[in-house]
Design a protein around this ligand. Structure first.
Ligand code: FES
Length: 170
């Protein structure tokens, strides 16, 4: 790709971000809790909250970038870097907790080399905990890229990750 092409792509991206942010701000401007709702919409759109988008949002809302980062970092839900190629969610609801979700987290952290909740740029997997996912009969359960795996123990983790890496469903 030529420089002109790359720059052109960048300008298009910036312009599309400005349009998107203006649209969201227009929709939410006068509503209570608008910053959080807009950040949710941004994360749904991009998979995380890119700095350039946060900057644009600060301008449109007339608030400081620091205020936006205060909210993003307060809520565990928001990401500052793109999610991993695979998203691993471990249920820590009561049933899963009682049946060993902590051991699953420990095993996943060990095998993936990431800490739960930590968002590393370019990491293949993103690991996070979630509350009851509605499959308590399958406790302890995890969800990888939208696919639920239940009644797991530590020794099942390696196989599931391997299958996921190869793009196979278990
Ligand atoms: S507590 Fe884990 S699925 Fe309900």
């Amino acid at each position: 790709m030529s420089n002109t092409g790359e720059l052109g792509y960048l300008f298009d991206w910036v312009e599309s971000v400005q349009v998107k942010v203006r649209e969201l701000v227009g929709e939410w401007k006068d509503r209570e809790g608008n910053l959080i709702m807009i950040l949710h919409a941004i994360q749904n759109e991009f998979g995380y909250v890119p700095r350039g988008v946060a900057n644009e949002l600060a301008k449109e809302l007339g608030i400081s970038l620091a205020r936006i980062y205060e909210v993003i970092t307060f809520y565990h839900y928001f990401r500052l870097v793109p999610p991993g190629q695979h998203n691993v969610q471990v249920c820590t609801g009561t049933a899963c907790y009682l049946k060993g979700s902590s051991e699953l987290i420990e095993e996943l952290e060990k095998r993936l080399g990431v800490t739960e909740g930590e968002a590393l740029p370019d990491s293949e997997f993103h690991l996070e905990t979630v509350r009851c996912i509605g499959c308590c009969g399958m406790a302890p359960a995890i969800v990888i890229d939208g696919e639920t795996h239940g009644r797991l123990c530590q020794k099942d983790v390696a196989g599931i990750l391997e299958n996921q890496r190869r793009g196979k469903r278990v």
